[in-house]
Design a protein around this ligand. Structure first.
Ligand code: NAD
Length: 353
């Protein structure tokens, strides 16, 4: 298969980890007989420095000609001034909105070989394998807002339409059909009107998926269940803000932020793939970054945008084999224990593809 992939390395460790997932995709191409063409463009702080905007028009144009986007991370202390008119994260919100990427998928798996050093007891982590489906282009991050400005008040608005909830709920139920057939929908229906609409709509969509079990949890209770019974979750469906918070909480189950990938999708096969971590300026340029989240994002790209399931699994298995053999980057190494560099870890993964 021929495919064109836009790479947005971004800031901090972004370029270090995207280089490894491009290498993994190149290995997949040569091993399985595909032709992947990579194009690179600017986004985030580096784009602000070079063009004055976090997401230049040329980047959007380049993305429009591609099958998928692979993104590293954006941001860093240099651009962290909250009152600045131009900020790196604006690029993230803008690209999601521009391409209508309304569903963010984040698989979270607890690897048994990392359980020893996880903050939760080993028996709680057994069988943890969940998929977050987070609504990404609506809700409180996109509703009407009033910045404080001259006044002593500020507000944000949580707004959802039935159609917005329907399309993301549909993604969640379909995903559950290919998994353990359970969806847990997160809301705050006891307090928020937008979340009552959310629950009502999820119940409606569920009528078309009688083979899937549906559970509702209030977000506050969900934060607790995530740590007391994590293995009981299969697909977790949540709005933009609650999904953001809960999926970061769940990342603890995987041992490190550096382990987790994500896919942002719409109704066709176009998608944006990125690790869930940020630009980690504290370790940038030191060869300490864990490339797993970005390499597993490349696996999701193969699965969802290119529909190459065997190739996606080959990458995921190569990561598991690397971990099973004991290779650890600094973030997942036992305290004070030996660890390998980003380059060494990625080379082992590549060798196993
Ligand atoms: P972060 O995810 O960058 O880092 C949090 C901690 O996790 C740090 O100690 C870091 O060293 C560690 N870490 C993260 N990824 C790692 C990896 N792959 N391997 C090993 N360790 C890893 O979050 P932060 O420190 O809150 O934010 C830093 C910058 O990143 C900020 O400017 C923030 O705005 C930005 N950010 C960007 C994104 C994104 O691009 N999607 C997401 C979150 C934060």
């Amino acid at each position: 298969m021929d495919a064109k992939i836009l790479v947005l390395p971004g800031d901090g460790i972004g370029p270090e980890v995207t280089a490894k997932s491009v290498a993994a995709l190149e290995k997949v191409a040569s091993r399985f007989g595909h032709r992947f063409v990579f194009e690179e463009a600017l986004m985030g702080g580096i784009a602000i420095d070079k063009t004055g905007t976090a997401l230049p028009d040329e980047t959007i144009k380049a993305a429009e000609g591609c099958d998928a986007i692979l993104l590293g991370a954006v941001g860093g202390p240099k651009w962290d001034n909250p009152s600045a008119a131009v900020r790196p994260e604006q690029g993230l919100l803008k690209i999601r909105q521009h391409f209508g990427l309304f569903a963010n998928l984040r698989p979270v798996k607890a690897y048994p070989m990392l359980a020893e050093h996880a903050p939760l007891r080993r028996e709680l982590l057994e069988g943890v394998d969940m998929l977050f489906v987070r609504e990404l282009t609506g809700g409180i991050y996109f509703g009407a807002r009033q910045e404080q400005g001259e006044s002593d008040r500020a507000y944000d608005t949580m707004l959802y339409s039935v159609d917005e909830v329907k399309r993301v709920a549909d993604v969640a139920f379909r995903a559950a059909q290919g998994r353990r057939k359970k969806v847990t929908s997160i809301d705050k229906a006891n307090v928020l009107a937008a979340m009552r609409l959310w629950r009502r709509t999820v119940v409606e969509v569920h009528e078309d998926f009688s083979d899937v079990a549906l559970e509702h949890l209030l977000v506050d209770a969900a934060t607790m269940h995530m740590l007391t019974r994590p293995a009981s979750f299969d697909v977790i469906l949540a709005g933009n803000m609650f999904g953001d918070i809960l999926s970061d909480e769940a990342s603890v189950l995987a041992g490190s932020l550096g382990m987790l990938p994500s896919a942002s999708l719409r109704s066709d096969t176009f998608g944006l793939y990125e690790p869930i971590h940020g630009s980690a300026p504290d370790i940038a340029g030191q060869g300490k970054a864990n490339p797993t989240g970005t390499i597993l994002s490349a696996a999701l790209l193969l699965r969802y945008s290119l529909r190459l399931e065997a190739e996606a699994q080959a990458v995921e298995q190569a990561v598991e084999q690397t971990l099973a053999e004991g290779a650890r980057t600094a973030d997942i190494a036992p305290r004070g224990g030996p660890y390998v560099s980003t380059d060494e870890f990625a080379a082992t993964v590549l060798a196993h593809i």
